[in-house]
Design a protein around this ligand. Sequence first.
Ligand SMILES: Nc1ncnc2c1ncn2[C@@H]1O[C@H](COP(=O)(O)OP(=O)(O)O)[C@@H](O)[C@H]1O
Ligand SMILES: [Mg+2]
Length: 371
Amino acid sequence: MFKEALRELKDLPLDSFASSLFVDRESQLLRMEQYLEYYEGQIVGIAGERGIGKTTLLNLFNPEGFEKIFINVIDRESKLGILADILYGIMEYAKIKRMKRAEEKAQKALSFLIKESVSVGFSYVVSYTREKEREKRYSNAIELLKDAVSEVAKRERVVVILDELDKEKKEDILLVVDSIKYAFEHNTASLFIALPEVFYREFVSSSYQGSTSHNLENVFSEMLLVPKFSDENLRRILEKRFPLKYIDEEALSLALLYADGNPRRLIRVVKEAGLLALDRGKIGKRDVSAVVRKYLIPYIQHAFSEKERQVLRVLEEGERGKITAKIAKSLRKSRSLIYKYLDKFHEKGLVDYRDGEVVLRKRCLLFKEFL
Ligand SMILES: Nc1ncnc2c1ncn2[C@@H]1O[C@H](COP(=O)(O)OP(=O)(O)O)[C@@H](O)[C@H]1O
Ligand SMILES: [Mg+2]
């Protein structure tokens, strides 16, 4: 039965057929509905680290009175590929809904992107014309995208979802979103886009600081951060997919420490540890340890110098001055040097300072286990 349970343990985004596995996140869904209602025709970012549950949220987002066009961006290689995926998604939707004009517009736009150019002459001239021509075609396609979207929006209230862009580099994403923005801002169709977590941080700081180089607040009306899960909720997520009698408490604690609020990390580490425990039929701490070690050791070796590791080993929680003095004494170093190390750990997100106390964050506790 253990083997059966392990086979069934899967890391896949949830959809409405598996909504019984859905945990927490009601408030995020509500917030998304509000954004849709109050920022109609604009662009909303859904930001968060990989595996935190963005696709799941977008799948289960079914706002009343709105049609949803869900687009998985598959060809992420270029601006052109992404636009083509969007056009293809809208064309397919229009076809199903029998919106002839919208379908035609999208199709025409696609043909602009796909048509091969034939040029003659010296190669640099060729590549120059090609570049210019490509840009021209791109803007033609954007214009037609705008028409297609407005055809759809005439008939119904609609939200377009772009998923899978969260795997791309920030600059590339911005380039694309900035160019398709135009097609949406003149329509009543809204656009929700899954994004890497850094967009949230930059959105917040650029809104506060006013104009910055990126100006994210010119592109996105709102940005929702998909937060980490609490350990309690991660337990519930696992429990719904895998009987907890097959993993002992210490092993689960370590897995939760490693997961650091991320369900994908939890599911994957439990599954892999399960493979080490096939004969025993129950996952123990050493199984989880072995898996965590495999992923963590290379990272730790890369991220910290030998000196930093020395300090980390003896680092503990408590009043900042006292901790510093204690470490300085045991490593026979000066206090000011230890202060510098603490600040460095603080910058790297390993420790917090609270009312003069040093508090070790989860990542730090985890590293200390494997130093
Ligand atoms: N609210 C939730 N309740 C239960 N499981 C979830 C929830 N959100 C995400 N998961 C699980 O976490 C994993 C990652 O989710 P996914 O939506 O693919 O994340 P992302 O798109 O951010 O990479 C999947 O296994 C998914 O089933
Ligand atoms: Mg996803």
